[in-house]
Design a binder for this molecule. Sequence first.
Ligand SMILES: [Zn+2]
Length: 153
Amino acid sequence: MNIVETPAFRSRAEYWAKLTGRPAIDWNKFTNKLEKAVFQIHEGPSYKAWAGLDETGEKLFFSVSKNTGQQGQSHELFHGLQEFMEPGLMQAAQQGTLGPFSIAAIEISANLYGGTGLGGHIVGPLIPLGGALAFYSVGHLLDYFMLLGEFDK
Ligand SMILES: [Zn+2]
């Protein structure tokens, strides 16, 4: 998976970091982290993709289907980047200690700047897919306003 090395991935991620007031992305550090990451490829449906930390809590962990396309992989790698930029974020999402709006913001950012993933992996355990899709629309608006807020700074 060297999607992260593509200019498309990097420029979108840098745009995201800038828009949301995050520090510049240290690509060398992130690449090092990815080199140590655990990748699991399963036989299930393509939307069953997931990113987080492994059981040690130190390595990034990715689980994607062999049918997950480039967009989906890119989406998951973006979640890896979110975790890298904000350590503990994915764990909090997995443990359900993040509010629904934070989760929506994570997913929307990953969809807008990473790649289109058919949600569900983080949101899935919490609400049924129909709800997740409705949620997506609300979250999208919310994220949009959050981004607009950044322009005022
Ligand atoms: Zn996602």
